[in-house]
Design a protein around this ligand. Structure first.
Ligand code: ATP
Length: 589
């Protein structure tokens, strides 16, 4: 509004001070405050102009600050909420999406939203205030000419609507290509070791070039529509300005246009022209706003897909905390498949609390999958899993996961100190407890020799550890958690036999008091288990102690022969099936 004042004052000064065609009156200002002498009126006009400009600058500073704080705060909240939304999703959600794609939602999509909130939304108010204000002031001066001056607005609106229809799908594909590009970047950076050893740098650059090419194409297609829009706007508003100039000019000269005539003073005409010019800017800015809005809208669709998605695995409304009494686990007629093909079929297992169950079988038999079902990382398709008689779908996920210690096949360390990594999940543990767990996992001596001991940074960008060292740290993490049920998925596979023996002996004390499932390829690891389940192609085919299974002379006995190097006595059927298994992988949807 302050920005609109100058044009009005200039027009008034021209008519009242120089031409004497109007009396010098200001809206909302009492007549007795207005000086009579033209020179004094001119001084007052200049004073008002200066005051409007200075006040306008202060107001604009405050306004910009408020909009920025508003947009930044929303950006922060949306980012944290979207991150929390992602964290809530089930494991499958992540295995079906690429990290880079999810990252681009958290980064560039949320930034696009912020740009609109900071620039676009404030500009919307500015445009409404300017165009509305100009309309009101002009209408008091000369109504017919005002109608003519504002006539381009509906034309511009129609043109803008057309633009949004054209640009929206193009922006969506730009955002998708950004996701694709960052997914590729992320993938090739995390796979750098393989790229180097395979000498595939050129190949990777080519692949990135392809993704960059697709992105370029999507961008150019959007740009083509975008740059047509602005000249279009200028032409429409330019024609509108010329019409105002023509009709207003004729009326100042007291010549009717198409039989229409409304008296117009030269100063009023000046006000009209300045406003007609001033009014072009908000309209052109409208293009940017619509553009920002469209980008933000497509970004929001993607953000919303994360925010509003209900995780498939979540607490039942009637969920109660899991109460562990003995730690007995029963798997009752469980069937499960990642996609159409069944990975596990009709599994029945009854494990009394405190027992150690070894799970063995050929690769791809479904061993890890069974552990994942026990931890409810996936839900079964049919059947039930119960812990001490409670269906794991009926208890809170938090209480279930607290009761379960899971050491996965691929131990993961976060960027942070060794201490933080061991403490991960048991955030209240004291340093002494951390060290005790580390001793148990045979990792204390090794950690002490690291440059900063327990405060050495590990994980990405930290000190590089061997697979065995990482595995021992994650075992320490689980020991510290002290859960009543343990799931060890090849937990000692990366260790040399000597360290494995050490860990086995210290884990021995740890596992005797709790129900433990141990997946192992190295059969010596599970040899002393209370019971060994042999999985083959998603079904339990053998069940018993090491001794029982050897005497059964089935799959377990053959696997045992492989491990002790007695390949010659393997039945040819066993070798044929091993080969077949390798050539029929499961497919996810
Ligand atoms: P290994 O001894 O090689 O670790 P495993 O017995 O632990 O094998 P699982 O990891 O349970 O086998 O896999 C069983 C089958 O399920 C495999 O055929 C595998 O391809 C498939 N599979 C595993 N994880 C997924 C997943 N996230 N999505 C789709 N299929 C999967």
């Amino acid at each position: 509004m302050l920005g609109l004042l100058p044009a009005f004052i200039i027009g008034l000064a021209v008519d009242a001070v120089f031409l004497g065609e109007r009396t010098f009156v200001l809206p909302l200002v009492p007549v007795e405050w207005i000086p009579e002498l033209p020179v004094a009126q001119l001084r007052l006009s200049i004073l008002i102009l200066l005051a409007a400009t200075s006040l306008g600058a202060v107001v604009s500073w405050i306004e910009d600050w408020c909009w920025s704080v508003f947009a930044q705060r929303i950006q922060r909240s949306v980012r944290v909420d979207a991150y929390a939304g992602l964290q809530r999703q089930e494991l499958q959600y992540f295995t079906r999406r690429r990290t880079g794609d999810l990252m681009s939602v958290l980064n560039s999509d949320i930034n696009a939203l912020e740009t609109f909130l900071k620039d676009g939304l404030s500009a919307t108010f500015w445009i409404l205030a300017t165009v509305g204000g100009i309309g009101v002031i002009l209408a008091t001066l000369n109504l017919p000419l005002t109608v003519l001056t504002l006539l381009p607005i509906p034309v511009l609106a129609a043109f803008t609507l057309l633009f949004t229809r054209v640009i929206e799908p193009r922006y969506l594909s730009v955002r998708e290509e950004i996701g694709e590009l960052s997914a590729r970047l992320e993938n090739s950076i995390s796979g750098i070791e393989t790229i180097k050893t395979q000498h595939a740098e050129e190949f990777e650059v080519e692949r990135l070039r392809d993704a960059a090419e697709d992105y370029l194409r999507a961008q150019l297609s959007a740009v083509r529509a975008q740059i047509t829009y602005f000249p279009g706007l200028s032409v429409i508003s330019g024609v509108g300005f010329a019409a105002t100039f023509l009709v207003g000019g004729f009326w100042v000269l007291e010549i009717p246009v198409f039989g229409l005539y409304q008296p117009l003073a030269p100063g009023e005409f000046v006000t009209f022209l300045i406003y007609a010019q001033q009014f072009v800017w908000p309209i052109i800015r409208l293009g940017d706003v619509v553009d920002d809005y469209e980008r933000a809208k497509t970004a929001s669709i993607r953000i919303d897909a994360v925010l509003s998605r209900k995780p498939r695995i979540r607490d039942a409304t009637t969920a109660t905390p899991l109460v562990i009494t003995e730690g007995a686990v029963s798997v009752d007629d469980v069937t499960f498949g990642y996609a159409e093909r069944e990975t596990l079929r009709e599994i029945y297992i009854e494990v009394p609390g405190g027992d150690t169950v070894g799970i063995v079988g050929p690769t791809g038999a479904g061993k890890s999958t069974l552990l994942k079902l026990l931890a409810r990382l996936y839900d079964t398709d049919a059947g039930e899993i119960r812990i001490d008689g409670q269906d794991i779908r009926e208890v809170t996920i938090e209480s279930l996961r607290r009761s379960i210690g899971y050491v996965s096949q691929e131990p993961f360390l976060f960027f942070g100190t060794v201490r933080e990594n061991i403490r991960y999940g048991s955030f209240d543990a004291t340093d002494r407890e951390v060290e005790r767990a580390a001793r148990h996992a045979q990792v204390h001596e090794f950690v002490r020799r690291l440059p900063d001991g327990y405060d050495t940074l590990v994980g990405e960008r930290g000190v590089k550890l061997s697979a065995g060292q990482r595995q021992r740290i994650t075992i320490a993490r689980t020991i510290l958690k002290d859960p009543p049920i343990l799931l060890l998925d090849e937990a000692t596979s990366a260790l040399d036999t000597e360290t494995e023996a050490l860990i086995q002996s210290s884990l021995g004390g740890f596992t005797t008091e709790r129900t433990t499932f141990v997946v192992a390829h190295r059969l010596s690891t599970v040899r002393h288990a209370d019971r060994i389940l042999v999985l083959d192609d998603g079904a339990v085919v053998e069940d018993g102690t090491h001794r029982d299974l050897l005497s059964e002379n089935g799959l377990y006995a053959n696997l045992w022969r492989v491990q002790i190097g007695d390949i010659g006595s393997l039945p040819s059927e066993f070798l044929r099936r091993a080969l077949q298994r390798e050539t029929t992988p499961d497919r996810d949807e």
